[in-house]
Design a protein around this ligand. Structure first.
Ligand SMILES: Nc1ncnc2c1ncn2[C@@H]1O[C@H](COP(=O)(O)OP(=O)(O)OP(=O)(O)O)[C@@H](O)[C@H]1O
Ligand SMILES: [Mg+2]
Length: 271
């Protein structure tokens, strides 16, 4: 499975709406900008974000071998359930249908050679997420959290889930770390609290990968189909995201030196 893919990285959180998809989209673009071959698989079947965030309205092509060809946008090879079915229909799918769809995305997509495949996971740490992380040979996982307690509690569960399935956590990203208004960009408002995710990373002894401010431009560019890193690569938000992508590359290099490739994930449930 995924023979041509060197690194598979899951972007997860516990809580919904903390910016997983935004981070996954921008990381994918940032990695592609370094010259790497990058794929992004949107595994959020109930609420796919990739079609909107990358402005995809077309349907993917199918090869003569009946394999799906990813759609390329901003240098990233994309696959999302949102390309194939009406999201309203997917709403009534049961868990096993979701996981078999994700399996098909691994096996029946012409991914080709990739340096990085980014998986945008659905929110939570339930059955669906657990099955996905066991289906895919993950190299590592990145956890996104906002700084407030309710999000951090869930981020901790995310880290625990990956520990359980022996997938290395490459680090934690603090999104919406503080709000920066466009009219006074020198100001920082810590509306969700200060350094919450940074402190959690220290406590759990996992790398802290960096913080992303809450800015209107980040939301606007995502909604309009061009992630900020592609829309305005020189903006402070893009530079921050590119630094995070660099740290992930470093974290991966260390992980790949020290550990074997994750081929089959073994479950070790801790009491
Ligand atoms: N740093 C940021 N600055 C401004 N807006 C942001 C930022 N991060 C995310 N957003 C916006 O917040 C909303 C939620 O983000 P996103 O969809 O990435 O979260 P998610 O964790 O993937 O959500 P879900 O749990 O539903 O999958 C989106 O409208 C997005 O544009
Ligand atoms: Mg999402």
């Amino acid at each position: 499975m995924l023979a041509g893919v060197k690194n598979v990285i899951a972007v997860a959180s516990g809580k919904g709406g903390v910016g997983k998809s935004t981070v996954a989209a921008n990381l994918a673009v940032a990695l592609a900008q370094t010259g790497a071959k990058v794929g992004l698989l949107d595994t959020d079947i109930y609420g796919p974000s990739v079609p909107t965030m990358f402005g995809v309205t077309e349907r993917p092509n199918i090869t003569t071998q009946k394999k799906l060809v990813p759609i390329e946008k901003h240098g990233v090879h994309l696959v999302s359930m949102g390309f194939l079915v009406d999201t309203d229909q997917a709403m009534i799918w049961r868990g096993p249908m979701v996981t078999s769809a994700v399996k098909q995305f691994m096996q029946e997509v012409e991914w080709g050679e990739l340096d990085y495949m980014i998986l945008d996971l659905p929110p939570g740490t339930g059955d669906i997420q657990l099955t996905i992380v066991q289906t895919v040979p993950l190299t590592g996982a990145v956890i996104v959290s906002t700084p407030q307690t309710v999000a951090l509690d869930d981020a901790r569960k995310g880290v625990a889930m990956f520990n359980k399935v022996n997938v290395p956590v490459l680090g934690i990203i603090e999104n919406m770390a503080y709000f920066v208004p466009d009219d006074t960009p020198e100001k920082k408002y810590y509306i969700f609290g200060k350094h919450g995710a940074r402190k959690l990373a220290q406590k759990l002894e996992v790398p802290f990968l960096g913080e992303i401010p809450l800015r209107e431009i980040v939301r606007k560019t995502s909604d309009s189909g061009t992630p900020i890193v592609a829309a305005d690569p020189a903006s402070p938000s893009s530079i921050g995201l590119k630094e995070i992508a660099n740290r992930i590359q470093q974290s991966l290099a260390i992980r790949n030196r020290e550990l074997d490739q994750t081929e089959k994930v073994e479950i070790k449930i801790r009491p």
